[in-house]
Design a protein around this ligand. Structure first.
Ligand code: NI
Length: 140
Protein backbone atom coordinates (compact mmCIF):
# COMPACT_ATOMS: atom_id res chain seq x y z
CA UNK A 1 0.00 0.00 0.00
CA UNK A 2 1.14 3.47 -0.80
CA UNK A 3 0.89 6.60 1.32
CA UNK A 4 0.35 8.74 -1.76
CA UNK A 5 -2.71 10.92 -1.37
CA UNK A 6 -5.61 9.84 -3.56
CA UNK A 7 -8.37 12.25 -4.48
CA UNK A 8 -12.02 11.33 -4.46
CA UNK A 9 -15.19 13.37 -4.35
CA UNK A 10 -17.82 13.15 -1.67
CA UNK A 11 -21.45 14.15 -2.01
CA UNK A 12 -23.41 15.15 1.08
CA UNK A 13 -26.46 17.24 1.95
CA UNK A 14 -25.70 20.95 2.19
CA UNK A 15 -26.78 21.30 5.82
CA UNK A 16 -24.50 18.41 6.79
CA UNK A 17 -21.62 20.08 4.94
CA UNK A 18 -22.28 23.37 6.79
CA UNK A 19 -22.11 21.54 10.12
CA UNK A 20 -18.99 19.69 9.00
CA UNK A 21 -17.30 22.98 8.10
CA UNK A 22 -18.09 24.30 11.59
CA UNK A 23 -16.40 21.19 13.00
CA UNK A 24 -13.38 21.80 10.76
CA UNK A 25 -13.22 25.43 11.97
CA UNK A 26 -13.35 24.35 15.63
CA UNK A 27 -10.41 22.01 15.09
CA UNK A 28 -8.20 24.98 14.37
CA UNK A 29 -6.45 26.80 11.58
CA UNK A 30 -4.11 23.92 10.82
CA UNK A 31 -7.01 21.68 9.81
CA UNK A 32 -8.89 21.60 6.54
CA UNK A 33 -11.70 19.37 5.26
CA UNK A 34 -9.32 16.69 3.98
CA UNK A 35 -7.37 16.46 7.23
CA UNK A 36 -10.51 16.27 9.35
CA UNK A 37 -11.97 13.56 7.09
CA UNK A 38 -8.70 11.60 7.43
CA UNK A 39 -8.86 11.99 11.24
CA UNK A 40 -12.48 10.76 11.27
CA UNK A 41 -11.66 7.77 9.06
CA UNK A 42 -8.74 6.81 11.34
CA UNK A 43 -11.01 7.12 14.42
CA UNK A 44 -13.59 4.89 12.73
CA UNK A 45 -10.91 2.31 11.83
CA UNK A 46 -9.64 2.24 15.44
CA UNK A 47 -13.20 1.88 16.74
CA UNK A 48 -13.88 -0.92 14.27
CA UNK A 49 -10.62 -2.68 15.16
CA UNK A 50 -11.59 -2.50 18.85
CA UNK A 51 -14.89 -4.24 18.09
CA UNK A 52 -13.26 -7.32 16.51
CA UNK A 53 -13.23 -10.25 18.98
CA UNK A 54 -9.76 -11.32 20.07
CA UNK A 55 -7.96 -8.14 19.07
CA UNK A 56 -5.47 -6.80 21.62
CA UNK A 57 -6.53 -3.35 22.72
CA UNK A 58 -5.76 -0.81 25.42
CA UNK A 59 -8.55 0.49 27.57
CA UNK A 60 -8.73 3.40 29.96
CA UNK A 61 -11.65 3.27 32.32
CA UNK A 62 -12.41 6.49 34.18
CA UNK A 63 -14.82 6.24 37.09
CA UNK A 64 -16.15 8.57 39.77
CA UNK A 65 -17.50 7.29 43.05
CA UNK A 66 -18.10 8.33 46.62
CA UNK A 67 -15.57 6.91 49.02
CA UNK A 68 -18.36 6.79 51.62
CA UNK A 69 -20.13 4.06 49.62
CA UNK A 70 -20.21 0.79 51.51
CA UNK A 71 -17.12 -1.37 50.86
CA UNK A 72 -17.02 -0.09 47.28
CA UNK A 73 -13.28 0.60 47.32
CA UNK A 74 -12.71 -2.93 48.54
CA UNK A 75 -14.86 -4.37 45.73
CA UNK A 76 -13.05 -2.29 43.08
CA UNK A 77 -9.73 -3.37 44.52
CA UNK A 78 -10.80 -7.01 44.49
CA UNK A 79 -11.89 -6.88 40.81
CA UNK A 80 -8.57 -5.33 39.77
CA UNK A 81 -6.57 -7.98 41.62
CA UNK A 82 -8.71 -10.73 40.10
CA UNK A 83 -7.96 -9.54 36.55
CA UNK A 84 -4.33 -8.62 37.09
CA UNK A 85 -3.26 -10.03 33.73
CA UNK A 86 -5.40 -7.35 32.05
CA UNK A 87 -5.33 -4.48 34.56
CA UNK A 88 -1.97 -2.77 34.11
CA UNK A 89 -2.27 0.22 36.39
CA UNK A 90 -4.66 2.49 38.20
CA UNK A 91 -4.51 6.02 39.50
CA UNK A 92 -6.66 7.37 42.28
CA UNK A 93 -7.43 11.05 42.78
CA UNK A 94 -9.31 12.44 45.78
CA UNK A 95 -11.51 14.96 43.96
CA UNK A 96 -13.20 16.55 46.98
CA UNK A 97 -14.38 15.56 50.47
CA UNK A 98 -16.76 12.93 49.11
CA UNK A 99 -15.68 11.91 45.63
CA UNK A 100 -12.86 9.89 44.19
CA UNK A 101 -11.82 9.59 40.57
CA UNK A 102 -10.01 6.52 39.41
CA UNK A 103 -8.44 5.76 36.05
CA UNK A 104 -7.86 2.08 35.39
CA UNK A 105 -5.57 1.21 32.49
CA UNK A 106 -5.97 -2.17 30.80
CA UNK A 107 -4.44 -4.13 27.97
CA UNK A 108 -5.93 -7.33 26.67
CA UNK A 109 -8.42 -8.92 24.32
CA UNK A 110 -11.31 -6.66 23.35
CA UNK A 111 -13.90 -8.84 25.08
CA UNK A 112 -11.96 -9.03 28.35
CA UNK A 113 -11.34 -5.28 28.50
CA UNK A 114 -15.02 -4.63 27.75
CA UNK A 115 -16.20 -7.18 30.34
CA UNK A 116 -13.99 -5.79 33.10
CA UNK A 117 -15.10 -2.28 32.18
CA UNK A 118 -18.75 -3.28 32.39
CA UNK A 119 -18.19 -5.12 35.68
CA UNK A 120 -16.62 -2.06 37.29
CA UNK A 121 -19.12 0.40 35.76
CA UNK A 122 -21.94 -1.83 36.97
CA UNK A 123 -20.64 -2.03 40.53
CA UNK A 124 -23.12 -0.44 42.91
CA UNK A 125 -21.89 2.96 44.03
CA UNK A 126 -19.97 3.87 40.89
CA UNK A 127 -21.63 7.17 39.97
CA UNK A 128 -20.35 7.66 36.47
CA UNK A 129 -17.64 6.44 34.18
CA UNK A 130 -16.53 5.71 30.68
CA UNK A 131 -14.39 3.13 28.98
CA UNK A 132 -12.29 4.28 26.06
CA UNK A 133 -10.64 1.59 23.96
CA UNK A 134 -7.88 2.18 21.49
CA UNK A 135 -5.18 0.34 19.60
CA UNK A 136 -1.63 1.07 18.59
CA UNK A 137 -3.03 1.98 15.18
CA UNK A 138 -0.40 -0.08 13.35
CA UNK A 139 -3.01 -1.03 10.74
CA UNK A 140 -3.74 2.60 9.77
NI1 NI B 1 -10.19 9.13 47.22
Amino acid sequence: MSNDLMRFSVAMPEDLLVKFDRLVARRGLAKNRSEVIRDLVREALVEDECSIPGRIVMGTLTIVYSHHANDLQEKLHHIQHHYLEVVISSTHVHVDEDNCLEVIIMKGETGDVQDIGNLILGTKGVKTGRLVMTTTGQFI
